[in-house]
Design a protein around this ligand. Structure first.
Ligand code: KIV
Length: 292
């Protein structure tokens, strides 16, 4: 498809009951991030279940070192573009740092902005027991909430860096308690980031709601990756849990180098890229110009 056209419409619209049905049947839920219309359109066409417009856009799109500087304005604008490109996917807007921490009222107001201004299907926020009151209030307002526990990038400073979580008894028990508290508060799903597979399995088995993992092993009800990581957009270090399905960095560089070479060598544009003009028209123009 090209920009501005309607996405193909043959696929089903993903709903929370459908996601729960997938968990019940043991069918894996597919989820990726997207931050713009074209990437979301491709994912919609391919039948991805959930798209997260993640605050990871702080790094992938804006070039920040982390997610902390990301604003509501950035998240709402990108989430809106994503939902427009993915009418069939369940699109989640990620609540940025300090958009829900201050008070329950602030959390509900900002979650409401995602629904009203971006038109998404739900929101995600980080934290467990400590944010259960926010999850309860947002859910009560009729807004689906996905929880996010384990390595929570908004509190990376408090966690002491980008490290796997729940590797000892107390850490693991705390994450189990967090997941169940989120479910009890009304979350429709919980995302687990960077923890041992055994813990991903225990939480997925104990929770009645879909559990999506990123670096949480193969037993969760679904998997998510940051799309830039999955497609190899950037060179350099990637987290242990990332599998690269393409090398976009190489493809983009090759393509752009060819463009630079063509322009430099004047081999682009070629005749097939040019609009024609009848020779008489040109002659007439030249004649007019010569009269002056
Ligand atoms: O913002 C994000 O991309 C995330 C990932 C863990 C999927 O929350």
């Amino acid at each position: 498809m090209s920009y501005g056209e309607d996405a193909p419409t043959k696929r089903r619209v993903v709903t929370i009951p459908y996601l729960k049905e997938k968990k019940a049947k043991g069918n894996a839920i597919t989820m990726l991030t997207a931050y713009d219309f074209p990437t979301a359109s491709i994912q919609d066409e391919l039948g991805i279940d959930i798209i997260l417009c993640g605050d990871s856009l702080g790094m992938t799109v804006y070039g920040y070192k982390g997610t902390v500087p990301v604003t509501m304005e950035q998240m709402v604008a990108h989430s809106e573009a994503v939902k427009r490109g993915a009418p069939h996917c369940f699109v989640i807007g990620d609540m940025p740092f300090m958009s829900y921490q201050v008070s329950v009222e602030q959390a509900v107001t900002n979650a409401g902005r995602f629904m009203k201004e971006a038109g998404v299907d739900g929101v995600k926020l980080e934290g467990g027991v400590d944010v259960a009151d926010r999850v309860r209030a947002i859910t009560k307002a009729g807004i689906p909430v996905m929880g996010h526990i384990g390595l929570t990038p908004q509190s990376v400073s408090a966690l002491g860096g980008f490290k796997a979580q729940g590797r000892d008894v107390s850490g693991a028990l705390k994450l189990i308690e967090d997941a169940l508290a989120l479910e009890e508060a009304g979350a429709f799903a919980v995302l687990l980031e960077a923890m041992p597979p055994e813990l991903g399995k225990i939480i997925s088995e104990r929770a009645g709601i879909p559990i999506i993992g990123i670096g949480a092993g193969p037993y969760t009800d679904g998997q998510v990756l940051v799309v830039h990581d999955a497609l190899g957009f950037f060179e350099g270090h990637v987290a242990k849990f990332v599998k690269q399905y393409a090398n976009l960095n190489k493809v983009i560089k090759e393509g752009l180098q060819n463009y630079i070479d063509d322009v430099t060598n004047r081999t682009f544009p070629a005749p097939e890229h040019c609009y024609g003009m009848e020779p008489e028209v040109l002659k007439a123009i030249e004649a007019k110009l010569n009269q002056k």
